[in-house]
Design a protein around this ligand. Structure first.
Ligand code: ADP
Length: 224
């Protein structure tokens, strides 16, 4: 099972990503976690990215892409499945992630989109802040991360819809309910995944990403 998740901050990527990984016994590749781990360990990479994390900005694409390539190579050695959590976050990352996966023969089976409204996301993240003290869980920085999601991440969703691999889930409910629905959807797809490898590996027109990203023309109606 190869899943990539697209979700705004607070929608439950981390929780649901861990659930999917445990259920299918596949690696959970969470870019935010990997980056925060570097910051805690005070590695050179951690020191280079800390300011981006603290102010809710995206770290440079190449930094996350290098991390993800390494993790995908390890995932391939471990059997080929994965749950990507936190990437892609913009058009360039969607394109690069696809190319890395294609090169490794492991393009995503499912793009899982978790939907929730901003007020609920803000509420959840502020509740989490009281418990976890993440440096980016302050009202201003949360607002910045939400704005960035709407501006550069959500426009890539239509590309996955066009590829026919998008699964959208209403993430406004409890984590247990959302998790049950996700696993049911993925289990229902599982028998068919082995039957579409040729299709999944077929060359995809990446120029579609250009339209999906910030679409203002005729493709705008297909997004959102
Ligand atoms: P959230 O989705 O709640 O913001 P994450 O743990 O996924 O939480 O990400 C936290 C931070 O890590 C982001 O605000 C950003 O600074 C950085 N980050 C994570 N993934 C990426 C990525 N793919 N590209 C750039 N920056 C990233």
């Amino acid at each position: 099972m190869r899943v990539l998740m697209i979700a705004p901050p607070g929608a439950g990527k981390g929780t649901q990503g861990a659930l999917i990984a445990a259920h299918f016994d596949i690696p959970h590749i969470a870019t935010g976690e990997l980056l925060r781990d570097h910051v805690v360990r005070r590695t050179a990479l951690g020191q280079a990215v800390q300011a981006y994390l603290d102010c809710g900005e995206l770290v440079p694409d190449q930094v996350v892409l290098d991390m993800v390539r390494e993790a995908m190579v390890a995932a391939k050695a471990a059997g080929g499945g994965y749950v990507l959590d936190g990437i892609p976050r913009n058009m360039q990352q969607a394109r690069a992630t696809y190319l890395i996966a294609r090169e490794l023969g492991m393009t995503a089976d499912v793009a899982l989109h978790l939907q929730a409204d901003d007020a609920e996301l803000m509420r959840r993240l502020l509740a989490r802040a009281a418990l976890e003290h993440r440096s980016d869980d302050t009202p201003d920085i949360i607002a910045q991360r939400l704005a960035l999601y709407h501006e550069v991440t959500s426009p890539i969703i239509s590309w996955y819809r066009d590829r026919g691999i998008l699964v959208s889930v209403d993430a406004m409910r409890s984590a247990q309910q959302v998790g049950r629905e996700i696993l049911a959807a993925l289990e229902a797809m599982r028998p068919f995944l082995d039957q579409v490898p040729a299709l999944a590996r077929r060359s995809v027109d990446l120029t579609g990403l250009g339209d999906a990203f910030g679409a203002t023309g005729p493709t705008a109606g297909t997004s959102g």
